[in-house]
Design a protein around this ligand. Sequence first.
Ligand SMILES: C[S@@+](CC[C@H](N)C(=O)[O-])C[C@H]1O[C@@H](n2cnc3c(N)ncnc32)[C@H](O)[C@@H]1O
Length: 211
Amino acid sequence: EKRHVWESSVYDAMQKEAFYFVGHRICIREATDSFGALVWPGALALCHYLENNQQQVNLMDKAVLEIGAGTGLLSVVVSLLAWVTATDLPDILPNLSFNLIRNTQGRSRHTPQVKALTWGRHHPRDFPQSTRRYDYVLAADVVYPHGDLDGLLDTMCHFCPPGGDTTLLWANKRFQSDMRFTERFQRTFHATLLAEFPQQEVRIYKATAKE
Ligand SMILES: C[S@@+](CC[C@H](N)C(=O)[O-])C[C@H]1O[C@@H](n2cnc3c(N)ncnc32)[C@H](O)[C@@H]1O
């Protein structure tokens, strides 16, 4: 396989995993050096949920933002139908871009975008919302002991503002640390439990902003 100039050498020790969603084989390059370099159970659960519930969550030609996209599996699956912007910390973007490009070229309805987005308070200039209001914000396994749960909630609020039509889908594996976050999440948004995968200990919440 041709090596791209922007590839980090750490991915020389990479693994490739194949997944099957919506009739497509999706090949994801993983590494072991960071949280964002592995496919997490939350992403898998949300891919399964979206594949099997296309009537409830109609993604056709919708504008979708993924935060903490990691390897990009979820963004790949969603961009088969929707306009996707996949975001994560700057260090994660080379592998995220690699996986998105290799799995969406000639397949997806809309070419996905990749952008740096660090959670916290956002200046509108950095991520102009006026030009793109998202129909869906996706977040898979973004709640774990990373020390910036306040920033994460700020980001969720920023992209799901009151008066907007944005729906947030948050899938997370159970961690001790997510209990308090879940309470805050439920106080902040109109949140409903959409699905539960007991074996994988993953829950998927659907949320919209409170007025
Ligand atoms: C546990 S991984 C989940 C990755 C992917 N969503 C999945 O489910 O496979 C958490 C992701 O959040 C990203 N992340 C952690 N802290 C962040 C921050 N402060 N701002 C933006 N992204 C962050 C990590 O880089 C990583 O990709």
